[in-house]
Design a protein around this ligand. Structure first.
Ligand code: ADP
Length: 493
């Protein structure tokens, strides 16, 4: 941990000693988590072949929630065989209309179980219940509804072409939006007639196991969707399996590069959704209060555990002091703590390892003379926490400005002209997302055309919709998920 003297605590509007909201915790009485989860293969929950398990813990309390199987090569092989058989026997032969019916059924069941899914998501991952309840779960259902609609209309999506499914899709997902990432991957693959072997992240497998229960209850033909639990080795076994036709991966750029090398020359199709270092650019003519709220939403809600988080702030020089003051004031009102409390803005950091990574970056900041402001927040004794942090006095070459931190840490820099803002925004290896705040439409078009990023928001941030494609340039990945574009990676035309 950094020493107190190395981090300036904001002493403005200190809500930790003043008035506060009474706790409003979401109940956990209605949730049902098994003690142990194996894999979900060929329509059944099965034990792992090698009998290895690991714990999944609640990052807000450090309590064990369940034991989860660590998948071996043999488990992955069984899942791929089940998926291949289901592809040959049922799924590739079924009409699009019937496939759509199953997908609609999954969507409706997610809605029916929304409360349980949201609570489990917050317990397993540490994100505030407001976010899992209002963002993750409704968007997950939304993706199934949206792609269910495409299942019988693929010929209209690609007029004059003959879309054909690929076969077995191997999918590997991260811990920041566990259920939503599963939906992003599974829904378009099913709609296009592929079968699936998916691996949840090792720290957040529980909503995937709930989704497996939903898929079982929805009575999908056995083997159409298979879940294999495990960590990196299990993921690599999926990537390397010779009978997998397509790999879809969301996670770190480092692992993305390993996967790209591993499948080179194999003929497998690939989509990668990797890291980001989004620029949020505020011009002097922006509505400043609205922009401050957008910046806060872009980096601090969900603990900065978002690959498209607005982690680099660029402010036009003449409004820099005003923006910085307003930002620090607003940061000091953010409520950090129990993810299950409906008032919480910033929940727990997903794991001990991730908290160590964030603290390591803050230490680099201190060593290089950055000015680090953290809000005073009263943190629980147990669990993994990081108070909202603003980092000033940093240059373009600084590690904190160049590298993805994946925590509630925002760097702030200034610019004078739109050209300078563009140059700074594009000066990173990533190109996933970005935001522009201005009153002028022409500036919006100029900037959004100039920023090399796949997703750009104007006068808002972190807004998602199943109909809208998502994906990056440069080291942020390749291919698009979501929208009509999201069908393509699962089809041959
Ligand atoms: P993060 O830093 O977001 O945890 P990772 O890229 O390490 O990102 O993890 C994302 C997903 O990739 C997880 O499900 C993880 O288990 C999996 N994974 C990690 N290493 C590998 C690998 N070498 N091959 C395939 N999957 C991997």
């Amino acid at each position: 941990m950094l020493k107190e003297t190395e981090i300036k605590k904001s002493n403005r509007l200190d809500f930790s000693n003043g008035w506060s909201y009474a706790p409003a915790p979401e109940s956990t009485g209605h949730i049902n988590i098994r003690e142990k989860y194996g894999h979900f293969i060929n329509g059944k929950f099965v034990e792992p072949t090698e009998g290895e398990y690991f714990d999944t813990v609640n990052p807000a309390t450090e309590e064990k929630l369940a034991e989860v199987a660590n998948g071996s090569h043999a488990d992955v092989d069984a899942a791929v065989k089940a998926a291949r058989q289901a592809y040959n026997k049922y799924w590739s032969k079924m009409s699009g209309r019937d496939r759509g019916r199953y997908i609609y059924r999954i969507a409706r069941m997610i809605q029916e179980k929304a409360r349980e899914l949201a609570v489990i998501e917050s317990m397993d991952g540490g994100k505030p219940i407001r976010e899992s309840r209002d963002v993750d779960v409704p968007l997950a259902a939304g993706h199934f509804f949206y792609y269910a609609g495409w299942a019988d209309k693929l010929n209209y999506a690609f007029p004059g072409r003959e879309p054909r499914s690929l076969g077995v899709a191997g999918q590997i997902i991260p811990w920041n939006f566990p259920l939503l990432m599963a939906a992003w991957k599974i829904a378009p693959a099913l709609a296009t007639g592929n079968t699936i072997v998916i691996k949840p992240a090792e720290t957040t497998p529980l909503t995937s196991m709930k989704l497996a229960e939903i898929i079982q209850e929805a009575d999908l033909p056995h083997g159409v969707v298979n879940f294999v639990n495990g960590a990196g080795k299990t993921g690599a076994a999926i990537v390397d399996h010779p009978d997998v036709n397509k790999i879809a991966f969301t996670g770190s750029t480092g692992v993305g590069k390993i996967i790209q090398k591993a499948i080179a020359g194999s003929g497998k199709k690939l989509t990668l959704e990797l890291g980001g270092k989004a620029a949020n650019i505020i011009f002097e003519d922006a509505t400043i209060d609205q922009a401050v709220e957008g910046i806060i939403n872009g980096i601090f809600f969900n603990q900065g555990h978002v690959c498209c988080a607005g982690s680099r702030l660029f402010v036009q020089e003449n409004i820099a002091d005003e923006v910085r003051d307003k930002l620090i004031d607003r940061m000091s009102t953010l409520i950090v703590g129990d993810p299950l409390d409906k008032n919480t803005d910033v929940g727990a950091i997903n794991s001990k390892e991730q908290l160590e990574t964030i603290n390591r970056y803050l230490e680099y900041g201190v060593q290089d003379g950055a000015e680090i402001y953290q809000t005073k927040c009263a943190l629980p004794d147990k669990g993994y926490w990081c108070c909202p942090t603003l980092v000033g006095n940093v240059s373009q070459s600084h590690k904190l400005v160049q590298e993805e931190i994946f925590g509630p840490v925002l760097t702030i820099q200034t610019f004078r002209t739109p050209a300078e803002a563009l140059e700074k925004a594009n000066n990173t290896p990533y190109g996933l997302s970005g935001g522009v705040w201005t009153d002028k439409g022409s500036k919006i078009f100029g900037m959004t055309n100039g920023i090399r990023a796949g997703v750009l928001w104007a006068n808002t941030f972190n807004k998602f919709d199943p109909t809208s494609p998502f994906g990056g340039y440069k080291e942020s990945g390749l291919g698009r998920e979501g929208g009509l574009h999201g069908l393509l990676p699962y089809l041959e035309l």
